[in-house]
Design a protein around this ligand. Structure first.
Ligand code: BGC
Length: 253
């Protein structure tokens, strides 16, 4: 299939899987199968780029592509590597993906920023106005800050330090899992993180994302923050949809 007007292609690079699909940009729904390939080990730029190209090939997609990375991304260059192979620091991801994809334009953006863009347009915050902060709870904590639809990229609130410990080392979903914590104990840590964030930014709404937001009814009610908090709606498609949105704005810029 070749690209049709109103469609985009997004690829979400995660620690365990790399997932991609064609996206209907009018609805935010997937317009084709969600293709998932295990993240190569080690996840070097070249190995990840080859997987990204394989996903586009399997989908038959030949147009511009959006790719998310769990890293700070400045002008297509990945600048950090908290939970990925350190060879990504200062890698020209945009150039590496473009080459692997046979020369097509590629938009590279932070994974939480992509998820935030998608939730803001099509998901949990579609009706909301003002300042929205999305936090994704996974291996680390990702963040997206969006004000009236405009993303302030690369916010990295997961690395905010409180009480001598980074937010993601207190309250990522991986911390709950690795320490066999109850929702109650884990939520004390999540509340601490959210309190720090709300006291600094005074958002109108928090969105809780990441795989653990699928079970939001078990833990969102345990949080003690003043800011309203809603679970992400798009779940495992948010990164793909946000990446496709970014590729589309690149194509139209
Ligand atoms: C990284 C962020 C990323 C988040 C979620 C953090 O460790 O620094 O860039 O968005 O993990 O993957």
């Amino acid at each position: 299939m070749t690209e049709t007007a109103g469609q985009g292609f997004g690829i979400d690079v995660g620690g365990t899987g790399i997932k991609g699909a064609i996206v209907d940009l009018a609805t935010g729904e997937l317009a084709g199968e969600r293709i998932r390939i295990e993240t190569p080990k080690p996840a070097t730029p070249e190995a990840v780029a080859a997987t990204v190209a394989e996903i586009a090939k399997q989908a038959g997609w030949t147009g511009p592509v959006g790719v998310t990375m769990p890293a700070v991304v400045l002008n297509g260059v990945t600048k950090s590597a908290a939970n990925i192979d350190e060879s990504w620091v200062n890698a020209d991801a945009g150039k590496i993906f473009t080459e692997a994809l046979g020369g097509v334009p590629v938009a590279v953006l932070n994974d939480a920023d992509a998820a935030g863009l998608a939730e803001d347009r099509f998901g949990a915050a579609a009706e909301a106005k003002g300042l929205i902060i999305m936090l994704t709870f996974g291996t680390g904590i990702g963040s997206a800050i969006i004000y009236n639809g405009v993303l302030i990229p690369n916010s990295e609130l997961g690395h905010l330090e409180m009480g001598g410990k980074e937010a993601e080392h207190r309250a990522a979903a991986s911390v709950k899992e690795n320490n066999d914590m109850s929702y109650k104990d884990w939520c004390k840590q999540v509340s601490k993180v959210l309190t720090t964030v709300e006291n600094l930014f005074w958002p109108d709404l928090f969105i809780a994302g990441g795989g653990i937001s699928k079970k939001s009814e078990k833990w969102i009610p345990l949080l003690t923050n003043r800011t309203p908090i809603v679970p992400a709606k798009l779940l495992n498609t948010a990164g793909i949809v946000g990446a496709a949105m970014a590729a589309n704005s690149l194509a139209n810029s």
